[in-house]
Design a binder for this molecule. Structure first.
Ligand SMILES: Cc1cc2nc3c(=O)[nH]c(=O)nc-3n(C[C@H](O)[C@H](O)[C@H](O)COP(=O)(O)OP(=O)(O)OC[C@H]3O[C@@H](n4cnc5c(N)ncnc54)[C@H](O)[C@@H]3O)c2cc1C
Length: 229
């Protein structure tokens, strides 16, 4: 099927929020956390790339994506060149990076555009499920804390949701968490071993966090992850 670009805006340099619609469908049926797969012919080859849906299901055929332009990448620059009304080939929704145990406390850890599936999951589930959820979200700079206002607002409205932004290059006035997300994930978990931990971002962070959780004695089933590279 096709995906048609409806609108977009830049969240920060080289990171864009896209609103797409699936014109062949009345509603796009997906679970928060799933992805779609986009494809295009580039240099005579069919290039296929998955993108996490960044919005909660709303019964319409519209959905959001959040992606960064990868320098020298094949498909992401093509998506950044799209203008409203342009279409691209799409498959999906696909994937199993969805909420596994709705009644269980969970910690969500993302870096960069790895926040995309958590925006969908948290906007959908926090208002309807009372289990404590913590989001540990790491970026370099304060300006690159994607959707910060939305997560702060969600935390204000729902005391069972905690938002812990982490900056690796904080400005002088920053009083929040700093460095990498991994130690803050461990801090959020504390002595608990009965939580689920969801990880999303680039391999380096995901693999490192998984190894730390395994060392703590977490079962494989409690570590749910999606790697972007
Ligand atoms: C399940 C899944 C969901 C994904 N969802 C998203 C999403 O919501 N948003 C998003 O921006 N990307 C997402 N990705 C990554 C995306 O599919 C592409 O890999 C990315 O857009 C680069 O594609 P490209 O063709 O432009 O670059 P390529 O020509 O494939 O070059 C790939 C290079 O870019 C690196 N790379 C891959 N992804 C990223 C990234 N996000 N940031 C920096 N470097 C990267 C790889 O390590 C590799 O070196 C997802 C990947 C998977 C597996």
């Amino acid at each position: 099927m096709k995906a048609r670009l409806v609108s977009f805006y830049d969240l920060c340099p080289e990171v864009r929020h896209f609103v797409f619609e699936a014109p062949d469908l009345a509603a796009l049926d997906f679970k928060p956390g799933q992805f779609v797969s986009f494809s295009a012919e580039i240099g005579g080859k069919k290039i296929l790339r998955p993108y996490s849906i960044a919005s909660p299901p709303d019964g319409s055929n519209r959905f959001d994506l959040c992606l960064n332009r990868v320098p020298g990448g094949l498909l992401s620059p093509v998506l950044f060149d799209m203008r409203p009304g342009d279409e691209i080939e799409m498959k999906g929704p696909l994937g199993y990076f969805t909420l596994r145990n709705p009644g269980r406390e969970a910690v969500f850890v993302a870096t960069g555009t790895g926040i995309a599936p958590f925006r969908s999951l948290l906007l959908a589930h926090v208002p309807e499920i009372s289990s404590p959820f913590t989001l540990v979200f790491g970026t370099r700079y304060e300006e690159t804390l994607l959707y910060r206002g939305e997560f702060e607002d969600l935390a204000r409205r729902h005391p069972h949701f905690r938002f812990l932004p982490v900056l690796s290059r904080p400005p002088a006035h920053w009083q929040g968490l700093t460095g990498h997300v991994q130690p803050h994930m461990l801090e959020a978990i504390g002595a608990r071993r009965d939580l689920d931990v969801y990880l999303c971002g680039l391999k380096l962070m995901v693999d490192d966090a998984r190894a730390l959780l395994k060392d703590l004695g977490f079962d494989r089933k409690q570590i749910i992850f999606e790697k972007y590279d």
